[in-house]
Ligand binder design. Structure first.
Ligand SMILES: Cc1cc2nc3c(=O)[nH]c(=O)nc-3n(C[C@H](O)[C@H](O)[C@H](O)COP(=O)(O)OP(=O)(O)OC[C@H]3O[C@@H](n4cnc5c(N)ncnc54)[C@H](O)[C@@H]3O)c2cc1C
Length: 405
């Protein structure tokens, strides 16, 4: 990667990015809200969203720091930050975020894949032609993931997979699944696990969507019955899947460190929402002292989280590799996001009870559903308690008192 950092280089790239985005981000999508979330959890996009996806995919800017030889943007971390700033400026979102390809599976293939696996799997992820899910959790293996039992046997020229996964996000829409499977049942529980790349389009795989509290069904029970994986489907070494699997989790957590800033419902700053709902005192301050205190504390937490995120990025010296610091940031992002959702609902008063029907605005309904779906943030990608275990063991060096992380 060429050195990139003088003010002139940054501003030259900023101009290039700004011009390209102005020319290519469809007018119809400007100011639209909620599309990025709908893309993550829903079926394939259509219309201008699909057009935007094709343009970003061809440019490689949905995966800005991935190598250009596989279709990625080939940008430095600093250029990618400039691109993100320019996208935020006009409200553009990354349309390649459906499924787990860009955030988790792709980076892990880049870390551990053979050259053939990179050439086969990375370009379709860059273009958004395929969608991936992650098959880790099982009914008896969540936090204690190494207890997983899904069986994978060598059939000579291919692998045969039997068992069940659960909470598989987007499995019903996915073309491929990155799974952890047990290839050596006689080995110790963290050994004998292999990371397998499985084609979802086959009769041996059945997905059953599970309804969530927020009303959607973004994840599934996934059943494998004599499902087939090709002989080149092992990512990393056979029986070394625990190492590969942990790497994917670091990438997952790194992608979950952002927290919403500024707005409550429809981007209106929370203090403004609160002042409109509760009123102000003679000095123009929010009249409810208790709410004012909690809002101030939240604003400080959000600011501290944002600054820590920026510091971690600066300390990584431009490297886009994740580290255990992602566990700290995932936990603080969770607190900020969930507190913001709670405060938004509280400020909305009666509107914060909206679930559907004509008595509520779409903003109110979205806020309630967002508050409910946000509860999952302290569970997925490893729960808050599991991140705390990782922080104590791998960052603080405290004694290991669990066998699960
Ligand atoms: C919205 C959503 C999407 C998800 N998507 C996927 C996906 O795509 N693919 C996938 O494989 N999985 C997915 N998951 C599953 C997720 O990874 C697990 O739910 C999570 O790891 C917790 O496992 P569990 O549900 O079995 O809870 P458990 O492991 O049973 O934990 C129950 C409680 O006990 C606590 N606990 C457990 N062990 C410890 C310990 N050692 N120390 C302290 N506390 C502990 C936990 O923190 C938690 O509070 C998703 C989950 C959600 C909610």
């Amino acid at each position: 990667m060429a050195d990139f950092g003088t003010d002139l280089e940054v501003e030259t790239f900023r101009t290039e990015a700004r011009n390209w985005l102005e020319a290519n981000f469809p007018q119809s999508l400007r100011g639209a809200t909620g599309i990025a979330n709908a893309l993550m959890d829903g079926p394939a996009p259509t219309g201008d969203i699909q057009l935007w996806k094709e343009r970003m995919g061809a440019k490689g800017w949905g995966t800005p720091t991935w190598p250009a030889q596989y279709g990625g943007g080939g940008l430095s971390a600093q250029q990618a930050r400039v691109l993100q700033q320019e996208m935020s400026r006009i409200g553009a979102f990354n349309p390649l975020m459906a499924g787990m390809g860009v955030t988790m599976i792709g980076p892990t293939i880049l870390d551990y894949g053979t050259e053939e696996q990179k050439q086969k799997h990375i370009p379709p992820i860059v273009r958004g032609d395929v969608r991936w899910c992650v098959g880790y959790s099982e009914p008896n293996a969540g936090s204690d993931l190494a207890s997983l039992q899904m069986k994978c046997e060598d059939a000579g020229d291919h692998w045969v997979v039997n068992g069940q996964k659960i909470w598989t996000s987007g499995a019903q829409y996915s073309d491929w699944c990155g799974c952890l499977v047990r290839t050596d049942p006689t080995a110790k529980k963290h050994d004998g696990i292999t990371f397998l790349l499985v084609d979802m389009h086959q009769p041996g795989i059945e997905t059953r969507p599970i309804a969530l509290i927020a009303g959607a069904s973004p994840f599934c029970e996934t059943f494998f019955t004599d499902a087939r994986a090709e002989s080149d489907a092992v990512l990393g070494k056979l029986n070394n899947g625990w190492t590969v699997g942990k790497r994917l989790l670091q990438h997952e957590r790194a992608s979950q460190t952002g927290a919403p800033s500024g707005g409550g419902a429809r981007g209106t700053p929370l203090p403004d929402m609160a002042k409109a709902a509760v009123g102000v005192d003679a000095d123009g301050r929010l009249s409810d002292l208790d709410l004012r205190t909690r809002l101030s504390r939240h604003q400080m937490d959000a600011k501290a989280h944002g600054l820590t995120l920026a510091r971690a990025a600066a300390e990584a010296r431009g490297s886009s590799s994740p580290s255990n610091a992602a566990s700290v940031l995932k936990n603080s992002a969770t607190v900020v996001a969930q507190t913001r959702a709670e405060l938004t609902l509280e400020i909305m008063g009666y509107g914060g009870l909206g679930w559907g029907g004509e008595g509520f605005t779409q903003d109110q309904i979205d806020a309630v559903r967002g508050w409910l779906s946000g509860k999952a943030m302290s569970i997925y990608g490893g729960s808050v308690e599991i991140q705390n275990n990782i922080i104590s063991k791998r960052i603080l060096g405290l004694p290991d008192t669990t066998a699960s992380t």
